[in-house]
Design a binder for this molecule. Sequence first.
Ligand SMILES: [Fe+2]
Ligand SMILES: [Fe+2]
Length: 188
Amino acid sequence: MEKTTQNKKMKSSAKRNSDGTGNSELKEFFVDELKDILWAEKHIVKTLPKMQKAATTEELKNAFEEHLEISKTHVERLEQVFGILGEKVQAKTCEAIQGITKEGESIIEDTEDGTATRDVGLILAAQKVEHYEISTYGGLAQLATTLGLSEVAELLHTTLEEEKEADVKLTEIAESSVNYEAAGETEE
Ligand SMILES: [Fe+2]
Ligand SMILES: [Fe+2]
C-alpha cells in the first residue's frame, strides 16, 4: 500500500521533470532506498543477538557475534552517506528484511535447541539476509557511481565486500561440518 502510493508519487514527479536528465528523480529514489537499507541494517543489529543465542556451535555463535559488530559499522557508514548527501538520517520499514528475519524466527521455533539442524536453519536464514544486502548494496553502489557520487559509492562498496565475506564464511561453516552433522541427526 505504502509502496504503491510512493510509486505513484514518483511517477507523477517524473512527468513533471522534463529537462531530460531525470537526475533529481533518480537521486530521490536513491535516498529512499538508503532509508530502506538503513532500517534493514538496524533491524539486523537487533536480530543477530537472538540468532547468536539460538545457535548450537561456537563457530556459528562467533560468526554471528562478529557480523553484529560489522553490521553496526554498516549503520554508521549509512549515516555517513546521509551526511555526505546533506540528507536527514532517516529509516523506512524494509518489509523484505522484516519477512526474512521472521522466517529466521520460525526456524528457531521449529528446530530443537542444541542440534546441528538448528544451525543449518540459522545459516540458511542468515544467508538470505546477506544476499538481500549484497543485491541492495551492489545496486546502490552502482547507482551512486551513475549519480557521480564517488565517495558514497566507495562507502557502499566497502559494505558490499563485507557482506560478501560474511556470506562466504557462512557457506564455509555449513560445508565444513554443520550440514554433515545435521544429516546424521535422528529425530527423537
Ligand atoms: Fe550489513
Ligand atoms: Fe550482513
